[in-house]
Design a protein around this ligand. Structure first.
Ligand SMILES: CC(C)(COP(=O)(O)OP(=O)(O)OC[C@H]1O[C@@H](n2cnc3c(N)ncnc32)[C@H](O)[C@@H]1OP(=O)(O)O)[C@@H](O)C(=O)NCCC(=O)NCCS
Length: 328
């Protein structure tokens, strides 16, 4: 009898084009927009980000990350019976098929497995993991591929220095499977649609064309305030459900948006900063991809080990937020 779901493989992929703060500042200067490495790094902790080439889609990044996760899990693509893909930058903006279905095809999965996208912006991967956990525990699916993949550079307005310097492209994936041992210990998801306007892409498709603004809009200070007020609370909710003490957390893997938000959360949870996995410096904010990217890096460099407790948490547009406590 399956009682839990467990992570049995992780993978990630960053497109090769890496752009440092200095390089981005030089590009923006050509348009008369002033920024600097000093401003970007001191406000956000970001030093560089990766951008996908124009012909590369979220599904391409997702496939590369998924292949690595499948290999780590020792599974074939056709062993997967459900794909859940979190993205806000799907292959078909305002259209379909879902990016999860595109990934299924590109991975060569022919077993009729289910596939769907989840849209919860930067909390998307946490939402997707929680959904996968529920499906596995119910006995409906056994091997679930959970992906966060983004080409956020497509929705950045490079005339808006307050947002364009903060985001990047990438993908991360995990394979979750049914297990008698934990596994996912607990998860909790939240949303409050009344804050939707502070972080959004307000455009839509109408009459075959984009109507309104298809670029990301963010009220940075308002987002900052909300993020720091919810992240430690949701982590505590999850600890309470799992009956685990904060001191038993081996690693905190927060959504990688801003080092100051991340540090504030660790501090409120009483965790030393050495217990937090940080990749925002190298990736910028990759939205739904940020948590699995950070997890994969920490698994592969040997920091995250089997048996350890890992708290993952995210916050993003919607507004949405959530946390998952995992025993690796
Ligand atoms: C966006 C953010 C980094 C801005 O930092 P901040 O300290 O709040 O900065 P402010 O917005 O107060 O702007 C300070 C000044 O810097 C300027 N500025 C903004 N972007 C700049 C840039 N890229 N380079 C140089 N100066 C910049 C502003 O114009 C402002 O100038 P002014 O005081 O002359 O008006 C910060 O609010 C933040 O991180 N918010 C959360 C973002 C986030 O995590 N989003 C994702 C959540 S999923």
């Amino acid at each position: 009898m399956t009682s839990y779901s467990k992570i049995v493989g992780t993978g990630s992929y960053l497109p090769p084009k890496r752009v440092t703060n200095d390089e981005l500042a030089q590009q923006l200067a050509k348009k008369g927009i002033e920024t600097s490495d000093e401003w970007i790094f001191s406000r956000s902790g970001i030093s560089a980000r990766h951008y996908a080439e124009a012909d590369v889609l979220s599904s391409d990044l997702a496939v590369a990350a998924s292949q690595r996760a499948l290999q780590a899990a020792g599974l074939q693509a056709n062993d997967i019976d459900l794909i859940i893909l979190a993205t806000s930058t799907p292959d078909h903006f305002g259209g379909f098929p879902s990016t999860a279905c595109v990934v299924q095809r590109k991975l060569g999965i022919t077993n009729g497995s289910a596939a769907m996208d989840v849209q919860a912006v930067c909390s998307g991967f946490i939402y997707a993991m929680s959904v996968a956990d529920s499906f596995i525990k119910s006995g409906m699916y056994k091997n679930v591929l959970v992906i966060g993949a983004e080409v956020f550079s497509r929705i950045l307005n490079f005339d808006d220095r307050t947002t364009c310097v903060l985001f990047g492209d990438g993908a991360g994936a995990i394979v979750m499977t049914g297990s008698k041992e934990p596994g996912i210990l607990a998860s909790k998801l939240h949303a409050d649609g009344s804050h939707g306007h502070i972080l959004c892409v307000p455009g839509n498709v109408n009459d075959g064309a984009i109507a309104g603004n298809a670029y990301l809009y963010m009220d940075g200070p308002a987002v900052f305030k909300l993020a720091v007020s919810v992240l430690d609370k949701v982590a505590r909710e999850v600890l309470e459900i799992a009956q685990v003490d904060a001191r038993e957390i081996d690693w905190l893997i927060p959504h990688q948006a801003n080092i100051r938000i991340m540090q504030s959360t660790a501090k409120k949870l009483g965790l030393p900063l050495e217990k937090m996995v940080v990749t925002v410096d190298e990736h910028g904010n990759t939205s739904a991809a940020s948590i699995p990217l950070a997890l994969d890096q920490a698994v592969r460099d040997g920091r995250v080990k089997p048996g350890q407790n890992v708290m993952m948490e995210g916050v993003g547009g919607g507004f949405t937020w959530g946390a998952v406590l995992v025993r690796m």
